[in-house]
Design a protein around this ligand. Structure first.
Ligand code: GLU
Length: 316
């Protein structure tokens, strides 16, 4: 008897906070190629968690640009599908139910941004300020007293525990949860749920088997793996890919690199095949830069060919 067939499911999870740029479509391409090269399903999830920064118009542009690029997603976004809704802004009840499940391990935090910066908080090895744990020990009386006048955020109590995983490109990774993150926020004071909770919750609910995304999120993965474990959810595999860096700023591509926004590229008359040819050459899938469609790149995809170092692209 043949073993049951695995259905590979990957996703692209953009935040609709602006028009996509070359760096975003490059991440989209890699998650698409990775899952399509296994004959799988590619899902589009709109991560519009932040009500201040996300705009429905940008979500529409993301779909328009993906279509123009020939990156056809199988489910999600406005197409819907079995695990709808695919907009995080419409999934709050689900996040709330998971948050409740691990409520015992969270505590209300009344610190305001200014308090956090002013507190002599410990620093991580890379200089990030970690939460000092100021509200961890508040008594229930104190909480009742303060909650009347101020809505708290809720933080997750993290143990000193090593979490490790093997990244599909960068290999073995391991960190101590408490030393690396400090107690992180799961629900903000305005009631919105944090990225870490929403992303793990959704990848599990949408039966995502592989996450392929930029290496800027490599350090988020242990937090997400810990949440999967706490929530009793099945974690996907993780592959982080090098970022595209701007020749102009030396930093990762961003909205400031206007010449590489999808708007500018389309207005300049650049063709999708030229974009893919240039990127495929830079990541080692094509020996020479030549026009090619996203579909034709599927059989050429091999994670072992990808560079580990970030990739500089010309921006003006
Ligand atoms: N929404 C995140 C972003 O646009 C990506 C989240 C993820 O891929 O896990 O940066």
């Amino acid at each position: 008897m043949n073993p049951p067939k695995i259905i590979h499911r990957g996703r692209f999870a953009p935040s609709p906070t602006g028009r996509m740029h070359l760096g975003n479509v490059y991440c989209a391409l890699l998650s698409y190629l990775s899952v399509k090269s296994k004959g799988g399903v590619w899902v589009l999830r709109i991560e519009d968690l932040d009500p201040q920064r996300s705009k429905p118009d940008f979500a529409k542009w993301i779909e328009d640009d993906l279509q123009w690029l020939g990156l056809d997603w199988d489910e999600g976004g406005s197409k819907g599908g079995t695990y709808a809704p695919y907009y995080q802004s419409q999934r709050t009840d689900y996040y709330a139910s998971l948050f409740e499940k691990i409520g015992q391990q969270t505590y209300p935090c009344f610190c305001r941004r200014a308090d956090l910066l002013a507190a002599s908080a410990p620093h991580a090895s890379d200089g990030r300020v970690l939460y000092a744990g100021t509200c961890r020990g508040l008594s229930s009386d104190e909480i009742m007293h303060r909650i009347v006048t101020q809505m708290p955020a809720y933080r997750l109590c993290l143990p000193h525990q090593e979490v490790s995983f093997v990244d599909g490109l960068y290999g073995y990774q391991s960190i101590d949860l408490q030393d690396f993150y400090g107690d992180f926020v799961l629900r903000r004071a305005d009631g919105t749920y944090a990225y870490q909770l929403a992303v793990a919750a959704d990848d599990a609910a949408m039966h995502i088997t592989e996450v392929v995304r930029g290496n800027d999120l490599l350090s988020s993965t242990p937090a997400q793996l810990y949440l999967y474990k706490l929530l009793g959810l099945q974690a996907p595999s993780f592959t982080h890919v090098p970022l595209l860096m701007s020749s102009k700023s030396g930093e990762r591509l961003s909205k400031r690199d206007g010449s590489l926004s999808m708007e500018a590229l389309r207005l300049q008359g650049v063709k999708p095949e030229q974009i893919w040819g240039m990127l495929a050459h830079k990541i080692g899938l094509l020996r020479q830069e030549e026009p090619i469609s996203a579909k034709d790149l599927i059989p050429l995809y091999d994670v072992n060919k990808l560079p580990k170092e970030n990739i500089v692209v010309y921006s003006e």
